[in-house]
Design a protein around this ligand. Structure first.
Ligand code: HEC
Length: 146
């Protein structure tokens, strides 16, 4: 009787340990560096997969490889971002690199004219941009990472 409940207890403990492991996020080193960079984005952006966008900026947990300007829970996309969405812009490595360096210039280029934009932030440091892209790529589809 005692042995049986001990075994049952261990099985429960093992299952609990297993699910704790599954919920843990492991990131490659460049993505880990990008997670530190993401602290700069978090003043505006939500990175938790299941949370809605904030009034300040869209949720970007799963933005990598997606079309621009698609979050229905962020109603304040700028004219420039709406134009980019209409043109089917996708957030590839190259596009995120250019956007983060200079959002205004990038959206002007995509739209073929000067447009209003809404991300008043830029990240000039090339390595940091590469790292944040590695992070966005690594967390896509992984709600345990943010
Ligand atoms: C000061 C606030 C602020 C900060 C800081 C900020 N962003 Fe943004 N971001 C915005 C806003 C607002 C938009 C919507 C822009 C528009 O509509 O023109 C946006 C849009 C984006 C988009 C496009 C989203 C979509 O739905 O297509 C990406 C990608 C993005 N930001 C990445 C980042 C990353 C990565 C960082 C950090 C390195 C960052 N942003 C920092 C405010 C911010």
């Amino acid at each position: 009787m005692f042995v049986k409940s001990l075994v049952a207890g261990m099985a429960v403990a093992l299952i609990a340990a297993g699910s704790a492991l599954a919920a843990e996020c492991s990131l490659p080193p460049d993505a880990q560096a990008g997670k530190t960079v993401s602290n700069q984005c978090k003043s505006c952006h939500e990175f938790q997969a299941d949370k809605p966008s904030r009034p300040t900026a869209p949720n970007i947990h799963d933005i990598y490889g997606e079309k621009a300007g698609q979050r229905k829970d962020f109603p304040k996309y700028s004219e420039g971002m709406q134009g980019a969405a209409a043109k089917g812009l996708v957030w590839t490595d190259a596009n995120i690199m250019e956007y983060l360096a200079d959002p205004k210039a990038f959206l002007a280029k995509v739209n073929g004219k000067d447009v209003k934009h809404a991300m008043f932030f830029n990240l000039k440091d090339e390595q940091k941009r590469k790292d944040i892209i590695a992070f966005l790529k690594a967390i896509k589809g992984k709600p345990e990472c943010n």
